[in-house]
Write a protein that binds this ligand. Structure first.
Ligand SMILES: [Mn+2]
Length: 425
């Protein structure tokens, strides 16, 4: 049986790019849809039996209709070809307020043949053209799904974390114990944080205070042939034991933290050994997402600084990329480098120019001239407060190293404060 595992599509993210005035489509959405098209094409071409999506379809919990239309369209394209699809709820797929509808609930209302959406921990039998696939589903579980407010009384942060991890372990054990498994292959699909996983940097703030951190041993049940994970955006695998535990990673690049990381999805071949045990062979396939490129050029010893910048740009692979330029220069060279002209050099090649920075004597100018339009300010207003705090601390840390060192702690405290306030409501 052949399964395609992908995750964290984040349609509707508008971090880097601009909106096409004709279609209202942002260039980041275009990029992510191109990646999702590639998923659909590959699934059809390689004749996969099932597609497993491990959460975060949309970037916003109240996604815009354009993102929804395009996501649903592609899921239907899979269904039309007889491919079964399982959609698992990620943190971005949960309603903003407890009890409200999830954007993916629509898949439960408008039934598409072979497509199911799983929002609660459950064991699901996915029928495929090659027979049954048993999937132990663990969607994103916030702290409150595992531990009540009353149970936390008297516990410190560490105690709460331990209780959450234990509850998670119990939950998986119970799910497995109470299910009647057939001889068909069984896998686990989760939108969870596994201990030891490395972040990409584009995940929403993750704190061990808000959700369980799952030890890999919890997932190492010999019943599972493969563990398909979403939530953490860096593709990685815990592959040294069986079953393989694999994060597909986000489908496309969200920001510069992922500049050097490959993005893609996973092809999984499930095979039965002579003893009847199911095992998985998997392969990572890269998506055609936009490259992110930072060009750093030091012109302090150059006689013709503009020429040096132009050469550095000429040598860089910026075609179709999201680009940032940092020019390290002497104050006296300021007049010699026209930042607008630097921008012009890239306009035809790059998909999007984020900034051209002139950095001299620790003071620098940022050429955001074309960038900061009304829409971007609006986006700024919609951003998560904690991530704004983080940016601000990063800014302060440029002048005061100590702030950089204390950033993690400050952010943790801010999260706690927010949590405490939301409990009061
Ligand atoms: Mn995500």
């Amino acid at each position: 049986m052949r399964v395609l595992h992908f995750s964290d599509a984040h349609l509707g993210a508008e971090i880097h790019g601009k909106k096409d005035p004709q279609t209202g489509m942002h260039s980041q959405l275009k990029d992510f849809l191109r990646c999702m098209d590639f998923v659909v094409e590959t699934a059809i071409e390689k004749q996969v039996d099932a597609v497993l999506f491990t959460g975060d379809a949309y970037h916003n919990r109240r996604p815009d209709p354009l993102s929804q239309r395009e996501f649903i369209k592609r899921i239907i394209a899979l269904s039309d070809k007889g491919i079964s699809v399982l959609l698992l709820a990620g943190n971005h797929d949960l309603p903003p307020v407890f009890g409200e509808a999830s954007a993916l609930d629509i898949f439960e209302i408008v039934r598409i043949p072979g497509v199911i959406f799983v929002r609660k921990p459950n064991v699901v039998n996915l029928m495929t053209r090659k027979g049954e696939l048993q999937v132990v589903c663990i969607p994103y579980l916030p702290r409150r799904a595992l531990v009540t407010f009353e149970e936390e009384r008297g516990l410190d942060e560490d105690g709460i974390q331990k209780l959450m991890a234990r509850r998670f372990d119990d939950l998986v054990e119970k799910l497995v114990k109470n299910s009647q498994f057939s001889d068909a292959p069984t896998i686990l699909a989760g939108h969870i944080w596994v201990q030891g996983a490395e972040f990409a940097g584009s995940e929403k703030i993750m704190s061990a205070y808000l959700e369980p951190v799952v030890p890999p041993s919890t997932l190492r049940n010999p019943k599972f042939a493969y563990v398909a994970l979403g939530h953490i955006h860096r593709h990685q695998a815990f592959d040294d034991f069986s079953p393989p535990i694999v994060y597909a990673g986000s489908l496309g690049r969200l920001d510069f933290g992922e500049e050097k990381q490959p993005k893609g999805f996973v092809m999984v071949e499930l095979e039965q050994t002579q003893r009847g045990q199911w095992i998985a062979n998997w392969e990572f396939i890269q998506t055609p997402t936009r490259p992110f490129v930072t060009i750093k050029v030091d012109v302090r010893n150059s006689n013709n600084p503009f020429q040096s910048v132009a050469e550095a740009i000429g040598k860089s692979q910026i075609d179709g990329a999201v680009v940032k330029v940092q020019i390290f220069a002497k104050e006296s060279q300021r007049e010699l480098i026209n930042l607008a002209k630097v921008r012009e050099l890239m306009e035809k090649r790059a998909d999007h120019i984020v900034s051209v920075e002139f950095l001299a004597d620790e003071r620098y100018d940022v050429d955001f001239a074309v960038e900061r339009n009304h829409q971007e300010f609006e986006e700024l207003l919609r951003r998560d407060l904690i991530s704004l705090l983080e940016d601000w601390l990063d800014e302060l840390a440029k002048k005061d190293k100590e702030i950089g060192e204390r950033k993690k702690r400050i952010v943790e405290l801010a999260q706690k404060l927010r949590e405490a306030l939301s409990e009061k409501e």
